[in-house]
Design a protein around this ligand. Sequence first.
Ligand SMILES: [Fe+2]
Ligand SMILES: [Fe+2]
Length: 151
Amino acid sequence: MKRHAVLQPFSRDHNVGLVIARRLSERPDEHAIRELVTIWDDEMRDHFEEEERLLIPLSESDHAARMIDEHRIIEGMIAKAQSEGLSLDEIRTLGKLLGNHIRWEERVLFPALESNCSLESIADATDSLEKRRADSRHSPRRAELVQKNSL
Ligand SMILES: [Fe+2]
Ligand SMILES: [Fe+2]
């Protein structure tokens, strides 16, 4: 099923997240973790904040709790990567956690939001998120994808 238009900006962010998650879990090294930290600073922190600000008020309580728990764990590991660094095993674990988190949002959280809620109330906010990503260096084809989906 096609993702609801209001959630598509989050799903486009997820494309970037899934690529780096796979890289971290399959080829864990310093280069991969540096790339993740760059993506975090450029857009993933904003993604987490916007999911919490916009989607938690619309979510069932167990979904909201899971999102927050997983965000805090992933954020904590990224903070450790930036301070003392991560072992190769920790980098691999972080990749798996991030990939599983994104897949859960796509397969469970977003379908639940689409069937239970009026998402139009956050349409302006996700639209402005999409505008902030317009020149994302992590997703050069993003504008093209937006245009294709709006046809
Ligand atoms: Fe999330
Ligand atoms: Fe997400």
